[in-house]
Design a protein around this ligand. Sequence first.
Ligand code: CO
Ligand code: CO
Length: 318
Amino acid sequence: MPEPDPNVLVGFGTADDAGVYLLRDDLAIVQTVDFFTPIVDDPFDWGRISAANSLSDIYAMGATPLSALQVAGWPRDTLPLEMLGEVFAGGLTVLKEANCVLLGGHTIADDEPKYGLAVTGTVHPDDLVTNAGATPGDVLVLTKPLGSGVVATGIKRGLVDDVVADPVIDAMATLNAGAARAMRRVGVNAATDVTGFGLLGHLGEMIRASQVSTTLQWDSVPFFAGVHALIGDDVVPGGTLRNLEAVSRFTNFGSHDRARQIALADAQTSGGLLISVEAPLEKALLQALREEGVSGVTIGVIRSRAFADGPSGAVVVV
Ligand code: CO
Ligand code: CO
């Protein structure tokens, strides 16, 4: 582990979205890196989605992205370099939208295409939103529907038509910038973005870091159209099944069947923000999200019992 440094505001310890380093009393830098293999066929769309995903960890901290470096791996013997150019172009459109400048990058030869960004953002330390501040009585608000992992697997297997795929691709390429502005405006206790570990995995990190428990309302959790049918047809990514195994250690699913458990554990790409806000501010947050064109939904509440693995469940799904 790295040496302790008083300027490290967020480091490895809390499994947060990004690292935060204090430069001056009124300024901290926020740093994150993410890259992955293609999740859709179109190289331009993949570039957009991967860039939005990489930027998301900055927004999840309540920070503003400033600059980025791109990292890529490319099988230059089997795929044309022009295609990599389309990936970069997709990423650039999203960076522009985020007012984040691309400063450079590095590409290596690789058997499998990979692309993503290392992003630096800034935040006033008072505005920093970690995953460790969730407080008993808070409500949990989620800003994008779930199920992108299932739908992406359906796309890969050629089982999904555009009516199901397009809204998911659009959502994955949508920045969490508006959601971050809304939560900064209202003032919230904690946030994280929902990505590879799924809703329950990232919620688990939040309540573990905050030493609280939570109750989730199944009926309130939003899903993309087609997700439940795909799960019924056994279209489930391997990462989602691994997530379910991991989150089952601290989740009490009650009478909810395996299909619902899979849905809640689904590995997301470029998912929404999961925000923990004081109950009296819930309406203000939902209103601020609407004004940003973001559909926020309340999906649960934070309970006071300290986080613990075990059958009683730090997460209870009702
Ligand atoms: Co994150
Ligand atoms: Co990340």
